[in-house]
Ligand binder design. Structure first.
Ligand SMILES: Nc1ncnc2c1ncn2[C@@H]1O[C@H](COP(=O)(O)OP(=O)(O)OP(=O)(O)O)[C@@H](O)[C@H]1O
Length: 286
């Protein structure tokens, strides 16, 4: 049987509210000390007990509401974050287009960032030189390639990020909402590039809130809700499950609102002064 290229088993990570967790080695020890004293009041698990297998060539959409751990899952897959429970195993390197900018440094120019990011992801100097013009051409940033990236719009950063990251030869491509800021022409170009990569047999894990983009790129869908994996099926099944959860939540919210209104009305009625007695009313006749 085919081996998974990404495998998650009982995967979980714990964050502290109001405190940003970075995937540093030091955190492993700091957190261990905290865990020994038991869970802290501010601790929460954006993901817990998550299990899945992704196979070479799969195109998987990660679906879920805001703050349900989608980006965290991608960061765990890249290894930027370290799990507190379970594991995620990768067979092969990851090309991550996450945080909209592929990890660019704002002070450096586009050119410097291309060189740096491509080198950090393992491209040789020659490979970068060979691909440089293609990257700039794809991102349509010829006139701005020597401008510091901090002056780029979010669309420009994404274009450059997409240009670099999709040139990496790595078998796994992770994309987090990168297409959300692109215009229609850019989306068409991305679609062609991603199709090409999938045809080559690369594996895609794609986070998006766009039903259209999810259906364009992905056959399979994983729906995450409240930190757990709720549905792992076709992209349509995952989207249906997401919509049902939204409907259920909207209904529960309406019910809570109605209950609160009824409670307030009852409290108001109880607090109102008793009606004054009308003399003679209800009494026996003379
Ligand atoms: N490095 C971090 N340290 C601490 N908390 C974090 C960190 N990263 C994310 N969180 C918190 O974890 C939860 C999940 O965040 P995540 O970004 O994974 O959600 P998401 O599903 O990608 O959301 P969205 O759809 O809004 O992008 C959120 O409550 C977020 O505030």
């Amino acid at each position: 049987m085919e081996e998974p290229i990404i495998q998650a088993r009982d995967l979980g990570i714990c964050f502290s509210k109001g405190k940003q967790k970075k995937g540093r080695i030091k955190d492993l020890f700091v957190r261990r000390a905290v865990n020994k004293q038991g869970a802290q009041a501010q601790d929460f698990w954006p993901l817990r007990h998550v299990n899945f297998d992704i196979f070479p060539g799969d195109a998987v959409g990660i679906i879920g509401r805001n703050g349900t751990g989608k980006s965290t899952l991608l960061r765990l897959i890249t290894g930027v974050l370290i799990p507190d429970e379970g594991y995620v195993r990768r067979e092969g390197r990851v090309a991550p287009l996450i945080a909209l900018s592929a990890g660019f440094s704002g002070e450096l120019t586009g050119r410097e960032n291309v060189n740096l990011v491509a080198a950090l992801h393992g491209m040789t100097t020659k490979e970068i030189k060979d691909k440089f013009d293609e990257i700039v051409d794809f991102s349509e940033l010829e006139d701005f390639i020597d401008t510091p990236v901090k002056y780029y719009s979010s669309g420009m950063k994404v274009r450059l990020g997409f240009g670099v990251i999709t040139q990496l030869p790595h078998p796994i491509l992770l994309v987090d909402e990168a297409l959300a800021v692109g215009d229609a022409a850019f989306k068409r170009k991305c679609q062609a590039v991603i199709r090409g990569l999938l045809d080559e047999g690369r594996t895609l894990v794609f986070v998006s809130h766009s039903e259209g983009d999810l259906k364009t790129y992905c056959k399979r869908g994983i729906f995450l809700d409240a930190g757990t994996l709720v549905t792992d099926g076709t992209v349509q099944e995952a989207l249906d499950s997401y919509k049902e959860a939204e409907k259920r939540d909207a209904k529960a919210k309406e019910e809570r609102k109605a209950q609160a209104a009824a409670k307030a009305a009852a409290a108001k009625a109880a607090a109102a002064p008793a009606p004054a007695l009308v003399p003679g009313a209800g009494g026996a006749g003379a």
